[in-house]
Design a protein around this ligand. Sequence first.
Ligand SMILES: NC(=O)c1ccc[n+]([C@@H]2O[C@H](COP(=O)([O-])OP(=O)(O)OC[C@H]3O[C@@H](n4cnc5c(N)ncnc54)[C@H](O)[C@@H]3O)[C@@H](O)[C@H]2O)c1
Length: 383
Amino acid sequence: MSAIGIGVIGLGWMGRVHSQSYLRVGHHFPDLALAPRLVTAADPVAALRDDAARRYGFARTTGGWAEVLADPEVAAVSITTPTDLHAEVGVAAARAGKHIWIEKPVGRDAAEAAAVAGAAAEAGVRSTVGFNYRNAPAVIRARELIATGHLGAVTHARFRFLGDYAAHPMGALSWRFTRARSGLGVLGDLMSHAADLARHLVGPLAAVVADQATFIPERPTPSGATSHYAVGGGALGPVENEDWAACLVRFAGGARGSLEASRVSVADQNNYGFEIHGTTGAVAWDFRRMGELRVSTGDGYQNLALAAEHIGPGVGEYAAFQPGAGIAMGYDDLKVIEAATFLRSIVDGAPHGPTLDDAVHAANAVAAMAESFRTGGWVPVAG
Ligand SMILES: NC(=O)c1ccc[n+]([C@@H]2O[C@H](COP(=O)([O-])OP(=O)(O)OC[C@H]3O[C@@H](n4cnc5c(N)ncnc54)[C@H](O)[C@@H]3O)[C@@H](O)[C@H]2O)c1
């Protein structure tokens, strides 16, 4: 096994999760040909840099991300900054020859996602994007059941990504609520996951008709660095992007569906999942019961049960974590799998999980939703 030097840019929630994943990945995947070594971490907040060095053992820290890309010992980078920096940092990382594990949504709009994807393709570096819900073994089982025809032909599907992280009217006006730093609101944050999962499970999205709303138009300005769930702050400032969005979708294969995402959904904590129906069967999944897939197959058509299947070894990467079915995996485990897919793709040059091209597809889908809200009609999703 050879070592690969890692840089992490942005040390908030996702920066911590990526750093921990690099440290854990060898425990779960001892056969990986590459062992990550945490070299340089960047964040403008000194306390986060000190914490990252102390907790995770980064050899160096810096306030400037360009130093990470200039570090010859860094071969691969995690880009876990607020979304406005993804394009600038991502393009620079590719041009510096660094492999890229980048968080979703890649950039503030489809053009920024395409810029990073284009730069990575031109430089010949590998990429992995944080569409982590694809890695849940139950989601992999659902995909297998669909692909092998166990549901018949998929007819219609519902995807939901409902959260309450911004439901408090005094929730701080973090970077997520501004056009300049985040671009889209919940369309970028949670709908991008829904669009990716819908395409991954059902197939390409052909066209959408969408609606959106901002229910909390002003929020208190935070005094300094703030977290996803922080409440309170100073004077009220404007919320510049959408709290809620939903669309009807026509899939290229003929199936129909609906996608809904909210960050202000009172009494919904990370209520993410889907129900997919086919001509003879159905599957349903709830992220909060990650190891359980509800399945109905057979030839009875009516009065069938949607029975719980507890996913176990043999499905996806479950066996890397637990020895028998029904033992809960966690969100962070999905990120450890993502680290493994990233490292595998660096080793053999092939994609092993969602890439920047998938990020472009998701960005095109949410751009079509935003356009549909503006025009009020069906909008084709760019390919
Ligand atoms: N895949 C998922 O499930 C998931 C979950 C949460 C967030 N995300 C995505 O991850 C990204 C980061 O989100 P987060 O929740 O970690 O945000 P966060 O606010 O917790 O962290 C962002 C960090 O970036 C730092 N930063 C700001 N400017 C910087 C700069 N110039 N150089 C280096 N660092 C800088 C901030 O100081 C902060 O520590 C976003 O794109 C978000 O959409 C993905």
